[in-house]
Design a protein around this ligand. Structure first.
Ligand code: IMP
Ligand code: MG
Length: 188
């Protein structure tokens, strides 16, 4: 049986501790609360990686808000490279017309996923559309993305934990860490 301890053994370096993440998310929540005071805030989370981030961010925002969930896929299976193809696996459940929409993302890498989402959601006539990402990996950007809120800018390393996966695993780690290279090499 794979346990959390086994997963931790696959991590070479802890990039962001649970405490660092929680402190930064609280700051982002305070900033969003101040910026959106008196407005109709809707958080749109991009599943599955953004689930822990959205759950923590929404509880650190002191305004009334709505949430909605989308699921998109840009990677095929257990790979660390973007295919550039974005598929909608789950669409919004309510209209966002006239709403102030804040997209919550786990990480911006090439930017291809968000580039697609911004155009898609923008077509639904929100009053405003902004982006909040926990992690930004600018080194690999292929398209320019206007990011309004960034938790942490990180180097060009493949990271897991706090929602981020490799082959759908490691999402439940409380910290963000770098996988040991031998984990990619091992097909099992
Ligand atoms: P982009 O389209 O290249 O910007 O990639 C965005 C998506 O790729 C994210 O929402 C993640 O699901 C995935 N991704 C990119 N970099 C990483 C990483 O370092 N670890 C885990 N997933 C990643
Ligand atoms: Mg992923």
């Amino acid at each position: 049986m794979t346990t959390t301890d086994d997963m931790q053994a696959d991590i070479g370096e802890i990039l962001l501790t649970e405490g660092q993440i929680q402190a930064r998310v609280a700051e982002l929540g305070a900033q969003v609360s101040a910026d959106y005071a008196g407005r109709k805030l809707t958080l749109v989370s991009v599943l599955k990686g953004s689930l822990p981030f959205m759950a923590d961010l929404m509880r650190s925002i002191t305004l009334p808000l709505r949430i909605d969930l989308m699921e998109v896929s840009s990677y095929g299976g257990a790979t660390t490279e973007s295919s550039g193809l974005v598929r909608i696996l789950k669409d919004l459940s309510s209209s966002i017309e006239g709403e102030d929409v804040l997209i919550c993302e786990d990480i911006i890498d090439t930017g291809l996923t968000l580039n697609y989402l911004v155009r898609y959601l923008g077509g639904k006539k929100p009053h405003s559309l902004r982006i909040c990402t926990l992690l930004d990996k600018p080194a690999r950007r292929l398209v320019e993305i206007p990011v309004d809120y960034t938790g942490f800018t990180i180097p060009d390393q493949f990271v897991v934990g706090y929602g981020l996966d490799y082959g759908e695993h490691y999402r439940n780690l409380r910290f963000v860490g770098v996988l040991k290279p031998e984990v990619y090499a091992d097909p099992g």
